[in-house]
Design a protein around this ligand. Structure first.
Ligand SMILES: [Zn+2]
Length: 461
């Protein structure tokens, strides 16, 4: 009996001991401290739970209550709590999750280097800065210039920083500009003093450098002739710009030709499709002529003629008799049109005129007295008009040798102003013969300018 009690007591003791040593086990799956990048996904790995006996035998897995959450869109430290309980016990553990930003911000520029004037650091660079977390942080960018480098630096709110460096290239290969005030071509009556109309000069790096302009001026207003005034300006790196202005000193009615025997070849009504060939012929003999142009032909042809040293005169834009001789205004309106065309092409204002039909024309008789008025008025306005004293009759024949002969037989000592039309191919073909005759017989060829003697017809209206 006593033995039975002892056994019972021992069994109860074992049972109590076993029961009282039952315990809760709670372990994290994964690390206790986790760092994750902002916007990355947080994966909850959970925990292991167990109601265990002293031998480590798991009787069951109690349910784990997890509280707390991680907002991966916001930097910060988050705590996750894990808890289990049984009737007598409770157990709790924690995990710390830190959301961090380790990504560097980005600096954007649209250029790879900076070109600026020597000694000039006053330039502007367009930039922007963007951070994955702070978004636009352009206003946090710091600009620096060190050792010919332009440096941009920026840090985000987590202290991640970026640097962008652009080389600075100090250059100036741009020429200064000069602007002439007044006309590019100035006509002075002999004896009239030249007055400089002024100019200004600007440089991309230095700004206004008008005071650096050097002028060379050899105008002798007592001597008839064509003069060139040159304006030169340089910047610090010797980029140089030179402009010229032409000055003609002339007499209203010079009676002294530039030589004993001078031929002024003049061509009316063009340019035309034959003019380029004519220019080739003139070039071959190195002879300069005069073109009284209209609205016809291409700008390039006029440009070529001008650049090859020929004179460009104004014949009217429309060459329409009933239109241009309708009134003084009608004439000048038309003249201004051809004048602008020429000035636009050559950069020089032409003051040389030939009236359609010549000043002696009778086609204007529908408006009595108009030629008398115009002949005076053009001179009042500073133009000089030229008729001709050698005809070619190239409008009444298409025989080139006849045209050449008509000219040749009329040549005389003094100044010969020859009328031809470069709209007439036969007339163009006659030019070689005329030139060869002239050169073989002691004539000099010259282009008309405002200093040339004129030939004026008797006005018939
Ligand atoms: Zn004509």
């Amino acid at each position: 009996m006593k033995k039975a009690w002892i056994i019972v007591t021992v069994l109860i003791g074992i049972f109590l001991f076993y029961t009282l040593t039952m315990h809760l086990v709670l372990n994290l799956n994964g690390d206790e401290y986790i760092e994750i990048n902002v916007f990355d996904e947080y994966n909850e790995k959970g925990a292991y739970s167990c109601y265990s006996d002293i031998f480590g035998f798991c009787l069951y897995e109690p349910e784990i209550k997890i509280s707390g959450n991680v907002d991966t869109t916001k930097l910060g430290e988050y705590t996750i709590n894990y808890m289990i309980s049984s009737s007598f016990h409770q157990k709790q553990i924690q995990r710390k999750v830190t959301v961090v930003d380790k990504e560097k911000p980005l600096i954007n520029v649209t250029q790879e280097s900076i070109l600026t004037c020597p000694n000039n650091n006053d330039f502007e660079v367009a930039y922007s800065a963007f951070d994955n977390y702070d978004l636009d942080i352009t206003d946090k960018v710091i600009e620096k210039i060190e050792n010919d480098e332009y440096i941009l630096e920026v840090s985000d709110s987590s202290g991640n920083s970026s640097t962008l460096t652009l080389p600075i290239i100090y250059v100036d290969d741009e020429k200064p500009t000069i602007k002439l005030k007044g006309d590019k071509t100035i006509y002075l009556l002999k004896g009239e003093k030249y007055k400089e109309p002024g100019f200004s000069a600007n440089d991309n790096c230095l700004g206004n450098i008008t005071d650096r302009v050097k002028i060379s001026n050899n105008v002798d207003s007592d001597k008839v002739g064509k003069y060139t005034i040159s304006y030169t300006v340089s910047d610090d790196l010797n980029n140089t710009t030179k402009l010229t202005r032409t000055v003609y000193v002339y007499e209203k009615n010079p009676d002294v030709p530039i030589g004993d025997k001078v031929i002024y070849l003049t061509f009316d009504d063009g340019p035309s499709k034959y003019t380029e060939e004519l220019l080739d012929i003139l070039k071959k003999y190195n002879v300069k002529a005069t073109f009284f142009v209209t609205s016809n032909g291409s700008d390039d042809t006029i440009k070529r003629a001008y650049e090859e040293g020929h004179s460009i005169g104004l014949h009217t834009y429309s060459h329409n008799y009933s239109k241009v001789y309708q009134s003084v205004d009608a004439y000048f309106n038309d003249l201004n049109k051809i004048s602008s065309r020429v000035e636009k092409i050559t950069g020089e204002k032409s003051m040389l005129i030939r009236f359609p039909g010549g000043s002696s024309n009778t086609v204007s008789k529908f408006n009595p007295g108009i030629m008398t008025t115009l002949a005076k008025e053009v001179e009042v306005r500073g133009y000089k008009y030229f008729d001709w004293n050698v005809g070619s009759s190239d409008t009444s024949t298409s025989d080139s040798s006849k045209i050449a002969n008509n000219v040749i037989k009329s040549l005389k000592k003094g100044s010969n102003i020859v009328l031809q039309h470069d709209t007439n191919y036969s007339s163009v073909k006659a030019v070689s013969e005329i030139i060869e005759y002239g050169l073989n017989n002691g004539y000099v060829f010259a282009p008309l300018d405002i200093t040339s003697p004129s030939a004026h017809h008797t006005i018939a209206n």
